[in-house]
Design a protein around this ligand. Structure first.
Ligand code: PGA
Length: 248
């Protein structure tokens, strides 16, 4: 399976000139990288701008509307995104869940994305990794509710990002260990195999996100991550480049 490397710029950078510089540098570096699928997820206004620098890079949005079109002020539809060459969309990121986004809403976003031929990157992950293992039931519920009504054929167009909330961002409690990722990946595959079947579950990429940096990227990939979702370090072309190198 080709590794999927996703850079989530979040609400950065502040000026389109800066976004242009970032694109240019990442683009240049990506040219020297053979192997992974590289997806950049900038804020909406920079998605179009990025097309200028496209070749090796693919584009992803950070969010999408639950409805296909119409009177929905402030929303961006899946069709709009796919019509400007966007191929991925992050759904269910914990920072959006923190705004009150439920699994039901995320499910609607996934269904809209699939209809418009966008590949959803579904983020799941617990806030607390308790020693009794309740977090596993939490992850199971996220998968079941977010994937409700998604057919076996559609599932092959989805990637899952395991992002333990406690390991994300500069205020992370601690970094996750590669072993914690492997264990959770096995559990996710088991849930998917129960919901669909073993073969279908086997083919779904499970990537890791949460404080990925040049020094731990390789460890997560060695721990069977099918790719990485990178926040902070995707804004530093040199660090992002080192992470890309880790996939070689
Ligand atoms: P981080 O963000 O790499 O800055 O921890 C990851 C994410 O939120 O997807």
């Amino acid at each position: 399976m080709k590794k999927l490397i996703v850079g989530n710029w979040k609400m950065n950078p502040q000026k389109s000139k800066e976004a242009e510089i970032l694109y240019k540098t990442i683009q240049k570096n990506a040219k020297d990288t053979k192997g992974p699928t590289i997806v950049v997820c900038p804020p909406f206004p920079y998605l179009y701008l990025g097309q200028k620098f496209k070749s090796k890079l693919l584009f992803g949005a950070q969010d999408v509307a639950t409805l296909p079109s119409g009177a929905s002020t402030g929303e961006v539809s899946a069709m709009m995104l796919s019509s400007i060459n966007v191929s991925y969309v992050i759904v269910g990121h914990s920072e959006r869940r923190a705004f009150g986004e439920s699994n039901t809403v995320i499910n609607q976003k996934i269904l809209q994305s699939l209809k418009a031929k966008l590949m959803p990157i579904l983020c799941i992950g617990e806030s607390i990794r308790d020693s009794e293992g309740h977090y596993l039931s939490f992850i199971k519920m996220q998968l079941q509710e977010c994937l409700a009504g998604v057919s076996k054929a559609q599932l092959s167009n989805i990637a899952i990002a395991y992002e333990p909330v406690w390991a994300i961002g500069k205020d992370a409690l601690r970094e996750a260990t590669p072993e914690e990722f492997t264990e959770t990946k096995i559990f996710i595959k088991k849930v998917l195999a129960d919901m669909y079947d073993i073969k279908t579950a086997h083919n779904i990429p499970i990537i890791y996100g949460g404080s990925v940096h040049p020094n731990n990227a390789k460890q997560f990939l060695n721990a069977f991550a099918d790719g990485l979702l990178i926040g902070r370090d995707s804004l530093s072309p040199s660090k992002f480049q080192l992470i890309l190198k880790a996939t070689q």
